[in-house]
Design a binder for this molecule. Structure first.
Ligand SMILES: NC(=O)c1ccc[n+]([C@@H]2O[C@H](COP(=O)([O-])OP(=O)(O)OC[C@H]3O[C@@H](n4cnc5c(N)ncnc54)[C@H](OP(=O)(O)O)[C@@H]3O)[C@@H](O)[C@H]2O)c1
Length: 253
């Protein structure tokens, strides 16, 4: 049974903690957080410390901490024999300062207080040596049905794709909600459309699923839409996305 020390008390650390708590064959040896306040949530559930010199020995150390602090905190684990992994989509494997290093990147969006079924979360794993890869795979399969070997280069591309499909799409939801609120329209009127857009691409490639005025090159409708934007930045977003859609489909018309 692998033992783990979880470093961090934020969104990912909290979700991972509860997933590992449910796993039968993983022992959570300790949770490290730099502030006592952050550790409060864990104190009745596990051993805790806010002092890096008090970190216990374990098979795996999971750095679920801000991207910019990964190198610094991993340096405090240099004397440890276990495998050290981070959970970031964009930080290089070699940002970790220890000899045994790896990546345990959960490809999902996590916020404290919003439950996530971890068994459905894809885990992108990578390790510097083959034995550590096997160890990480064992750890991953204890909480998820979807464990994938993803290289650092692939992870960079996965992270870029994730920003497009999650962060940018969510920002568009926000802009749409603002338009609805300003015009006394309940935003949930759009929920079925949002759900259908997302579900459709499970059955159709996105390139075939595209609809709307830009694909049809309906200049009149696009002009009407553009006239309704007050914020020039939002207007620009509409123009740029329409341009990209038009270029994708111009040969078919
Ligand atoms: N959130 C997501 O959806 C998501 C998804 C996949 C992967 N990730 C990755 O998972 C990692 C953690 O993200 P998160 O969303 O959980 O971040 P978060 O909620 O902002 O939590 C960050 C944690 O890092 C700690 N920390 C920051 N600097 C530190 C330092 N110098 N020493 C010790 N601890 C430090 C923070 O402590 P304090 O509370 O004391 O500041 C906090 O516990 C990141 O690498 C992120 O890229 C995030």
């Amino acid at each position: 049974m692998p033992s783990i020390v979880l470093l961090g008390t934020g969104n990912v650390a909290t979700h991972l903690f509860h997933a590992f708590q449910k796993a039968k064959d993983v022992e959570i040896a300790q949770v490290y957080g730099r502030r006592k306040k952050g550790l409060k949530h864990f104190q009745a559930l596990a051993r805790i410390t806010n002092d890096t010199s008090q970190i216990l020995d374990a098979d795996i150390y999971i750095l679920a901490i801000s991207d910019t602090s990964i190198t610094e905190v991993s340096q405090s684990l240099r004397s440890k024999k276990g495998l050290v992994v981070h959970t970031s989509g964009s930080v290089a494997l070699d940002a970790i300062a220890t000899a045994r290093r790896g990546v345990f990147y959960p490809l999902q969006t996590f916020t404290k207080g919003k439950k996530v079924d971890f068994s459905e979360v894809p885990l992108c794993i990578e390790a510097r040596n083959p034995d550590d890869f096997i160890l990480l795979k064992t750890l991953g399969t204890s909480i998820s049905k979807k464990v994938h070997q993803i290289s650092s280069l692939q992870r960079k591309k996965v992270h870029l794709s994730a920003v497009l499909v999650n962060n940018f799409t969510n920002h568009l939801f926000h802009l749409a909600q603002e338009i609805c609120v300003e015009n006394n329209i309940p935003f949930d009127l759009l929920h079925p459309l949002i759900s259908e857009t997302v579900h459709k691409i499970r059955h159709l490639p996105p390139v075939d699923a595209q609809t709307g005025p830009a694909r049809r090159q309906d200049a009149e409708t696009m002009q009407l839409h553009l006239e309704q934007f007050e914020n020039p930045l939002h207007k620009k977003i509409y123009q740029l996305l329409s341009e990209s859609i038009k270029t994708t489909y111009e040969k078919e018309l």
